[in-house]
Design a binder for this molecule. Structure first.
Ligand code: FES
Length: 579
């Protein structure tokens, strides 16, 4: 196949045989074998990356959604090419999906870069899939749209609505405390995840779905429709149409917005504002910092700290409230949230639909008083400070506390440390009757940070059984780990530097006094500096994993305050699609 056309569509990115004409002739031969003819092969191409897998129950409705996107692409005159990538399911991967976010990002980036496509739609949903896809899309020169599979339908138990996983954690805690018997505990397990789709509380999946819409990377109104519904499928068709429009424009040589153009500092600060109003997942802090680093947008923990002092909690969803994603959807979803937040947002930022945020919100009013899930700025659900950035001698580079899901009586607390060396150590000893733990204790978990363990969601340590059965429902817990977005409690997370990189967390001993001063944004290890120096002199870092991805990850991963991306995956201006 010879052509004088610029290399777009299926004849871009040809295999390197050292003879471009031969490469194109061969490519045409193989595509003809798949039933495409020359009319097809002239069209611009939209890649559709699917993270469907039997191992990902949250993505079980993705095949139908993929077909909807495919239809939208065809309707606008482009050619859809579906391709699989890895899929990361929170509950079916060990030790944690966070260890594989950057691997999925790298894989997706390279598949977009190495295969011919003029635009790409990235289908995700379960927690780490969406951040991985945003990281990938930020690093390529192909326009991209994100599309989530949508939240699950709700289950019910004895007339009470249930949704994974805040209710899973609440009911498991009740079971551990002996308030639910084993038979009921087993039976309620059949009601917690009622359908395909992502956890229907404001966990990480829902938070990231909302934030990619805020960032303009997904179509307006696309975050909250339930998985598998007609509304979700229609969003899929519309996403396919928009992707095709971008591909057609790109093939015609027109300027099209790239993800890294959309991820400006102003757009990311809008996302932080929305995160705070949503009472969203602490994991979003890490992901937004990683996006900013990839895009060179200059967002830091200081932005979270600044905005957290002024943005109130507006959305009444679990775990910070009582509602579910379908309640937020009924209240108008992300467009209604953004309309409510209008005075606090930069309305000049652009989205992948081509409009500014101000244009997107034109004509939208605030949601009516018939609903209570989305509160107005004049009567918020909670005060500013849903998330708090802490610093101090125990967290020189910062730590995070989700104040909106913490116990008010523990926000100012000083107590003796009970130290666990690793998540495995905690699992082994947490219920040991000899553990010297009281309601005043501060549970410390270390060697669960990015380099040590891939940063599992182990920070929300269970309340030791002895205390739980005595009615204690919360303790101050501190770690270099993460917590599920569906978790709750007075849980200090993301302590940086982590213990395995020599952070002060490595030096804490049982009985040391630790002070949490949430009002003052401080986290202090109350041990004299000379004693800490002695302990540091005796400290040695844990060994690196022996081989493979885990070795590369442990060597290259950055700390939580930098988004836990890999050091060599910084901002890239490498052109994609050139030969
Ligand atoms: Fe997939 Fe919660 S387990 S979103």
């Amino acid at each position: 196949m010879t052509s004088t056309k610029p290399p777009t569509g299926l004849f871009a990115n040809v295999t390197a045989y050292g003879d471009v004409a031969f490469s194109r002739w061969m490519r045409r031969a193989f595509l003809l074998s798949a039933g495409y003819d020359d009319e097809d092969l002239d069209r611009p191409v939209v890649g559709i990356a699917t993270t469907w897998s039997d191992y990902n129950t949250c993505h079980r409705d993705m095949p139908a959604l993929t077909e909807a996107v495919r239809r939208g692409v065809l309707e606008r005159g482009a050619l859809p090419f579906v391709f699989p990538t890895a899929s990361l399911h929170e509950i079916l991967m060990a030790p944690t999906t966070m260890l594989y976010r950057n691997l999925l990002a790298l894989e997706t980036e390279e598949l977009i870069r190495s295969q011919p496509m003029d635009a790409v739609v990235l289908l995700g949903g379960c927690d780490k899939t969406v951040p991985a896809q945003v990281l990938a899309a930020t690093s390529v020169d192909v326009p991209a749209l994100l599309l989530v599979t949508g939240p699950m339908a709700l289950g019910s138990w004895h007339g009470e609505r249930l949704g994974a996983c805040t209710d899973c954690r609440r009911l498991w805690a009740a079971s551990r405390a002996g308030r639910i018997d084993p038979a009921e505990t087993a039976a309620v397990g059949g009601r917690l995840a009622a359908s395909g789709g992502t956890c229907p509380v404001m966990g990480t999946a829902s938070t990231m779905a909302c934030l990619i819409e805020v960032l303009g990377l997904a179509l307006p109104g696309s975050a909250t429709p339930t998985s598998g519904t007609g509304e979700r499928l229609r969003i899929g068709v519309q996403t396919g149409r928009r992707a095709a429009e971008l591909a057609v424009a790109r093939q015609a040589g027109q300027e099209v917005p790239l993800v890294r153009d959309l991820l400006t500092r102003a757009a990311l600060r809008n996302a932080v504002t929305a995160l705070l109003a949503l009472g969203g997942s602490t994991n979003a802090v890490i992901h937004l910092l990683a996006f900013a680093r990839r895009a060179g947008a200059g967002l830091s923990l200081a932005d979270f700290d600044e905005l957290a002092r002024t943005v109130p909690l507006l959305v009444d969803c679990k775990p910070a409230g009582v509602g579910y994603l379908e309640d937020l959807h009924r209240a108008g979803g992300v467009p209604a949230l953004l309309s409510t937040l209008r005075p606090l947002l930069d309305l000049s930022v652009r989205g992948v639909d081509g409009s500014t945020l101000g244009e997107r919100l034109a004509g939208l009013g605030e949601p009516g008083e018939w609903q209570t899930t989305l509160r107005p700025l004049t009567a918020p659900l909670g005060p500013p400070g849903a998330l708090v950035v802490l610093r101090g001698s125990l967290a020189p580079e910062g730590a995070i506390l989700k104040q909106a899901a913490a116990s008010p009586q523990l926000l100012q607390h000083r107590g003796p440390a009970v130290v666990f060396e690793s998540p495995e150590d905690a699992a082994r000893r947490i219920d040991d009757p000899a553990l010297p733990v009281t309601p005043d204790s501060v549970l410390v978990l270390r060697n669960a940070g990015p380099a040590a363990a891939g940063m599992p969601e182990a920070g929300s340590l269970p309340i030791p059984k002895r205390l739980a059965q005595a009615g204690v429902t919360d303790l101050v817990r501190i770690s270099d780990a993460r917590m599920s977005g569906t978790g709750y409690g007075t849980v200090v997370l993301h302590v940086a530097p982590e213990a395995a990189r020599g952070g002060p967390l490595a030096l804490v001993r049982d009985g040391d006094l630790i002070e949490l001063d949430t009002a003052g944004r401080r986290l202090e290890l109350c041990v004299p500096a000379e004693e800490l120096q002695r302990r540091r002199a005796a400290w040695t870092p844990p060994p690196l994993p022996p081989r493979g991805w885990r070795r590369l990850y442990a060597e290259q991963v950055l700390q939580a305050d930098q988004g836990a991306d890999l050091a060599f995956l910084g901002p890239s201006a490498e052109p994609v699609g050139e030969e």
